[in-house]
Design a binder for this molecule. Structure first.
Ligand code: NDP
Ligand SMILES: O=C(O)C1=N[C@H](C(=O)O)C[C@H](O)C1
Length: 277
């Protein structure tokens, strides 16, 4: 009996922290094949083998030419920057290549562009691909429903010194899930940091606090602070491999599904309630 053909995966942002982790994960997965590797024009890595940093030869050269990098791919996994992802999205749509988007920091208009492209291709959009965070999103929905009065909600996140967006995409998604469970609109109730004489806390708000430093992979805590007790629901990532493995699960899911906009809840078989992103 012959084995099914491997899933052909291209990676965007090949020289980035996640790009390298993803290349390693693809190369190590027997059911996947590295089919393309993209990086920005001007990157010193252009022309070199995508797996050279692992001391291996993948036979795939890093290119800035999107059509060349996507020519042989079923799925592109993209953890870059919003402007890069949107450029990749346009070419994926044209070529019929499915897209796993891990990039964070999109504004509402950019998210709408992604949603529109999902009419033609399968797209997975998730600010955090770890299984653990997506389970935490479900726990948060339940906790927020049960603690809907008398508890102040604060979301605290910590990341490495190189992260460029704040709050993290995960923190924002946690805020959206909690706000939706409470029947609030996050746009109306979010407080992003405090300074000076702020006055007493407004109980209808959801506060965000951001910490940046060192090599923290990604910590998120949602605090429900009541009188006489505090509940903290936390997730701490200790390796980027958890995000890479989630992105591979997402790629396998997309390979088996048609056009549409999906999230990690779909991959994990959750119903749609907690999938605000
Ligand atoms: N969904 C999830 O599970 C996770 C999401 N992330 C998100 O992934 C993104 C990347 O994170 P990380 O790997 O740490 O970042 P890095 O800065 O390490 O890597 C980003 C990569 O994208 C490239 N890049 C930058 N701008 C563009 C552009 N306009 N077009 C094409 N490529 C571009 C960079 O190239 P160059 O180096 O030449 O600038 C680099 O190779 C972030 O948005 C982060 O929040 C991160 C981890 C998990
Ligand atoms: O930039 C990162 O590193 C991470 N970004 C994601 C986010 O913004 O939520 C996910 C993860 O926490 C790591």
């Amino acid at each position: 009996m012959s084995l099914p053909a491997p899933l052909r995966i291209a990676i965007a942002g090949s020289s980035g922290r996640m790009g390298r982790m993803l290349i390693e994960a693809v190369v190590m997965s027997p059911d996947c094949r590295l089919a393309g590797a993209l990086d920005l024009a001007g990157s010193p890595a252009l022309g070199s083998d995508a797996a050279a940093f692992l001391g291996k030869a993948s036979g795939v050269k890093i290119t800035a030419d999107l059509r060349e990098g996507l020519a042989d791919a079923d799925v592109l996994i993209d953890f870059t920057r919003p402007e890069g992802t949107l450029a990749h999205l346009a070419v994926c749509r044209e070529l019929g290549v499915k897209l796993v988007i891990g990039t964070t920091g999109f504004d509402a208009q950019q998210k709408a562009q992604i949603g529109a492209a999902a009419a033609d291709i399968g797209i997975m959009l998730a600010p955090n691909m770890s299984v653990g965070v997506n389970v935490v999103l479900r726990l948060l929905e339940q906790a927020a429903r049960a603690l809907n009065e008398g508890y102040d909600i604060e979301i605290i996140e910590a990341h490495h010194r190189h992260k460029v967006d704040a709050p993290s995409g995960t923190a924002l998604q946690m805020g959206e899930v909690v706000a939706a469970a409470l029947g609030r609109d996050l746009k109306q109730c979010a407080v992003y940091g405090r300074e000076g004489v702020t006055g007493e806390r407004d109980p209808s708000t959801i506060g965000f606090a951001t910490v940046r430093g060192g090599d923290v992979v990604g910590d998120h805590t949602v605090l429900f602070a009541g009188i006489g007790e505090r509940i903290e629901i936390s997730h701490k990532a200790s390796s980027r491999n958890t995000f890479a493995q989630g992105a591979l699960r997402a790629s396998r899911f997309l390979a088996a599904h048609g056009a549409g906009l999906y999230d990690m809840g779909d991959v994990l078989g959750f119903d749609k309630k907690a999938s605000v992103s």
